[in-house]
Design a protein around this ligand. Structure first.
Ligand SMILES: Nc1ncnc2c1ncn2[C@@H]1O[C@H](COP(=O)(O)OP(=O)(O)O)[C@@H](O)[C@H]1O
Ligand SMILES: [Mg+2]
Length: 225
């Protein structure tokens, strides 16, 4: 059986994952702050919009206007698509996560969305003391997305200097794939970005640490020399 794939929109990535993300799968994009998660996910949606797919970006973190302004530097004008009703960038209050699953489903249905981004799942636990409750909500939200007919990227923050892939250790077990973004800082002031495909179900994926650049056109994965 041929597996349908969704192009990532990240130059250099699809040839490492058999042509793209499995259609309707959920992929975790994780990394420390500033590693490029939000740009990566915006680029994935921008690519979908260019191909005529409707897309939704749900942010629990940043002001939608700030995100739109930031990505304009890459030439991605989300407003244009939002005005045509083909795209939506929604802020969801991380203090009100009990209804997050149903909000996601309603949005996907109303736009018949093909691509979805949730940025960042780590904020889901912000106002909840009970860690088991946070895990339950996370598990629920991801399963809701998995059942939808939408290819989704969700982000998580790796707390600085820790070895885990997410704050609450739920996302990595439930998702279909995991992309880890990293950077190494050099004393001379340099910054070396890299990407690892940590998990990708039903995919013979690249196993190296790939150099990554963020430039005028967004994120690019470079081949290993
Ligand atoms: N126009 C640009 N050109 C090159 N690098 C950029 C540009 N805009 C942002 N960056 C880099 O991307 C980082 C922010 O990426 P972002 O996706 O917001 O990270 P995260 O969501 O992982 O915290 C910045 O700290 C900067 O290093
Ligand atoms: Mg971010």
């Amino acid at each position: 059986m041929v597996i349908s794939r969704t192009e990532s929109g990240i130059p250099g990535l699809d040839n490492l994952i058999n042509g793209g993300f499995i259609r309707d799968s959920v992929v975790l994009v994780t990394g420390e702050a500033g590693t490029g998660k939000t740009i990566f996910c915006s680029q994935f949606l921008w690519h979908g919009l260019k191909k005529g797919e409707t897309c939704i970006f749900i942010t629990l973190e940043e002001n939608p206007e700030d995100i739109k302004e930031d990505v304009k530097t890459f030439g991605w004008d989300f407003d244009k698509y939002e005005q045509k009703g083909l795209f939506r960038l929604i802020y969801h209050d991380p203090a009100q996560v009990n209804n997050l699953g149903s909000v996601i489903i309603d949005e996907i249905k109303s736009l018949k969305a093909k691509r979805l981004v949730i940025d960042s799942t780590s904020l889901i636990g912000m106002n909840i003391q009970d860690v088991s409750q946070v895990r339950k909500i996370l598990y629920n939200v991801i399963n809701v997305i998995k059942k939808s007919n939408c290819t989704a990227l969700i982000t998580a923050e790796i707390p600085e200097g820790t070895k885990g892939l997410s704050r609450f250790g739920v996302e990595e077990f439930v998702v279909d794939g995991i992309i880890v973004l990293n950077y190494l800082e050099y004393a001379a002031g340099g910054l070396d970005r890299s990407l690892i495909v940590r998990k990708m179900r039903r995919t013979d994926h690249g196993k190296d640490i790939y150099p990554v650049g963020i430039g005028p056109k967004g994120v690019t994965v470079k081949p290993v020399e």
